[in-house]
Design a protein. Structure first.
Length: 202
């Protein structure tokens, strides 16, 4: 029968689509080295440095797995799903990003190579600009649209997103005006990728 520590780690992982980090272990009062012990025993997978996952036989995979992996990848801090990725997850326009955008705090230093699948932005996101979708941190619809405008996402996609968000009561006219205006001020960022994943204007 699994012990208390294993059970606590599993409970935390269930909230994160199966993923764990050393920071999770520390928050639970568990020596982070124990994650490596479990990985050597085959009780955890170790897909990337500082990232662990319970086997899919324990925590079945889902459609949000790759996004959950991106959220825990930065270590010490959780990434927030933003920009094109957030716009895609809200399903309010026909955008098809080929990379996952996450945002970390401005002062968080990335000391290792960023996987080609990720684009990492730096910004200090106010609490009111972050919500959760299927358990993962993501920018609100209005913040997402503002970020995409500032990043140069094609206008037609933005118009579709705003129209759909209004129709689904995900956005108010006042919020749209405020965010579109504020997006004119550069709030971002250092992007740790030589290429973005947004669709270029045509």
């Amino acid at each position: 029968m699994p012990g208390r520590i294993y059970t606590e780690l599993l409970d935390r992982a269930h909230d994160q689509h199966g993923y764990l980090t050393p920071a999770d272990a520390r928050e639970l009062g568990v020596d982070p080295g124990y994650l490596r012990v479990l990985a050597r025993r085959g009780a955890l997978e170790h897909p990337a440095r500082g990232v662990f996952r319970f086997p899919t036989t324990i925590v079945p995979p889902g459609r949000m797995d790759e996004f959950a992996a991106a959220v825990v990848w930065p270590q010490q801090v959780a990434g927030v799903l933003t920009h094109d990725t957030a716009l895609d997850l809200y399903e309010i326009c026909d955008i098809s990003p080929d990379r996952i955008h996450i945002t970390v705090p401005k002062n968080h230093r990335i000391k290792r190579r960023v996987p080609s699948l990720y684009v990492v932005h730096h910004a200090d996101l106010p609490d009111e600009d972050v919500t959760r979708r299927e358990g993962l941190p993501i920018t609100t619809v209005r913040r997402t649209i503002a970020d995409c405008i500032a990043a140069g996402v094609r206008g037609g996609l933005i118009e579709d997103a705003i129209r759909t968000a209004h129709r689904q009561a995900m956005l108010t006219a006042a919020a749209t005006t405020h965010r579109v205006n504020s997006s004119r001020e550069p709030t971002f960022c250092t992007c740790h990728s030589s290429q973005g994943n947004r669709r270029r204007p045509t």
